[in-house]
Design a protein around this ligand. Structure first.
Ligand code: NAD
Length: 292
């Protein structure tokens, strides 16, 4: 069959604008709370990228009225001491959400530390209890980037029942929870990864592609069905210091139904979803255990 040549009008999904609208709503909601929600961020060591991310989260949180406590700990501490510190924050009623900034220095067992966070305060949604709840379709705190992707997809297609989706990437942070969110929306989902053969064949019938690999321009026009929705999670800094994503963006204009730009798509929405998780944790804790 000869493919029709008509161009599609591609919607550029403005993640920055969507995030700003969500943050405005959160700010208004927080003003109705008895006290400011508090997010605790544990940063171990001096990884320069982590320092930037942590400060970025702090700035965004404070803008909507969330208090942020950053605990900058020494990388020479023991695993037990770090877990005890997490447990202390779990018991602290003034703390609503806890983040352990990853990666941790090599000698820590990241799983053990993340799993020590109380599921009710696990605003990154990476704890095995929250992951398990997501897998069985129970309400939970869900990782922020997949939540962001889902909100971006839903901004252009409300009903996802029966849609075909491909998620490229299988990380705990993005790819795996993304698959579950799409399954929970009753999509038919395929997960691709670095060992997948013939990625273009795997992708080319998808109504939705979410790519989270960090490989610049991996997803080409020939991988993509006309009218597909494309969500680009990848963040890659090119040799010329430009930030780009996994999807060959220019090629998709006039071909995809909708696409997220990089930057300005998934990134700002991920931050908005983190703040939204802090507010959710506060709300849930205060409904179950009213503070007098
Ligand atoms: P990761 O390194 O943990 O996982 C990358 C995944 O991509 C792996 O599962 C791997 O199997 C897959 N992969 C690698 N090369 C591939 C290939 N050629 N074909 C198919 N699959 C391939 O990374 P991550 O934490 O999931 O992040 C992925 C990307 O998303 C990175 O660029 C990261 O910077 C970015 N990211 C962005 C945000 C955001 O807020 N925008 C948040 C998290 C991650």
């Amino acid at each position: 069959m000869v493919e029709k040549k008509e161009k599609v009008k591609t919607k550029i999904i403005d993640g920055k604008k969507m995030a700003a609208a969500i943050e405005k709503k959160l700010q208004a909601e927080i003003q109705t709370f008895e006290r400011k929600p508090q997010m605790a961020v544990i940063l171990v060591g001096d990884n320069p990228a982590s320092l930037i991310y942590v400060n970025h989260k702090k700035k965004a949180a404070e803008k909507v009225g969330i208090d942020v406590a950053i605990y900058h700990l020494s990388p020479v501490m023991t695993q037990d001491a770090l877990i005890s510190f997490v447990e202390e924050l779990n018991r602290n009623e003034g703390v609503d959400g806890i983040i352990v900034q990853l990666p941790l220095p090599k000698h820590f067992d990241e799983n053990a530390v993340i799993n020590a966070i109380s599921p009710a305060k696990d605003i990154d949604g990476l704890n095995y209890i929250n992951m398990g709840k997501l897998f069985i379709g129970q309400p939970s705190l869900v990782p922020c980037t997949p939540l962001a992707c889902m909100a971006l997809i839903k901004s252009v297609s409300r009903n996802l029942v029966g849609k075909t989706a491909v998620v490229v990437g299988r990380s705990r942070l993005v790819g795996k929870p993304m698959v579950q969110l799409l399954l929970n929306e009753q999509c038919t989902v395929t997960q691709a990864h670095s060992k997948t053969k013939h990625l273009s064949d795997v992708c080319k019938n998808a109504d939705i592609i979410v790519s989270a690999t960090g490989c610049a321009g991996l997803i080409r026009k020939k991988f993509v069905k006309k009218g597909a929705i494309l969500i680009d999670v990848g963040i890659v800094r090119t040799a010329s210091k430009k930030i780009t994503g996994d999807i060959a963006y220019e090629e998709m204009l006039g071909h995809a139904k909708a696409i997220t730009p990089v930057p300005g798509g998934v990134g700002p929405m991920t931050v908005a979803m983190l703040l939204s998780n802090v507010v959710k944790a506060y709300r849930d804790a205060n409904v179950l255990l009213p503070r007098i």
